[in-house]
Design a protein around this ligand. Sequence first.
Ligand code: MG
Length: 280
Amino acid sequence: MPILRSGYGRTGVSLLPLLSNSRLNQVIMILLSLRKLLALGLILPAISIPAAQTNKVASAKKEDPQPVVIDAGAVGGPPSDAIVLFDGKDLSRFRGQRTPEPKWKIDGGILESTSPGGIFTKEEFGDCQLHVEFATPAVVKGEGQGRGNSGIYLMGRYEIQVLDSYKSKTYPNGQCGAFYGHNPPLVNVCRKPGEWQTYDIIFHAPKRLADGKVQEGSFTVMQNGVLIQDAVPVGEKQTAAAPIKDFAEKGPLYLQDHRNPVHFRNVWIRKLNTGSQTEK
Ligand code: MG
């Protein structure tokens, strides 16, 4: 008979004496089968977050596909393979939420959220790296959710909150840097009202599997260079106020109008997992 050590777990209480020999053998066979499936990779792919990198190679030769060479550009500026969504000049890559043409003001290279309605990119994105700079109003008005509120919605569905949370409290999963309605930020690293702040967001979209189930994606967010969301799962459920509700694997980036004049500049995005991240 196969031998298993007794005394599992923290309690040190063995369950094995409660099992008959035939039942014990069944349990062992199931465990061995699970181990084989795990070794073959037949279980983990269905339950894990999608791999962030697609250019993994098993060997270690200099002839292997090399990472694509790009120009990093200026600090904070767009790398050479980024799509610049707003560079201070125009909103040609956006459409309005209420009107075909976006109505948000541009003054001195700075974009201001302007009622009524937010703005969508014309292009749709799935997995991506996004850089946004923002400043909540220097003249503080309102409280809580009414103070410097805007938002960065990936795929028009999942919001990383923009809010004046500098010495201003609201519910934690609705404060600045929150994955709104889901996860508060790890820390509050907000700068003062009117000061420029940065978001660098790595987003992996949820995927619909062949069996109809949804494989979770993830959010990783840096605010002002500090980690505030660490590979937080993103499921099918959208942010409560999301302008787009139905499931899709891509969608437009949406910047929210919440009737507070929030400023934006230097907005760029890189598509990820496009299959073009190595070259020979
Ligand atoms: Mg918001």
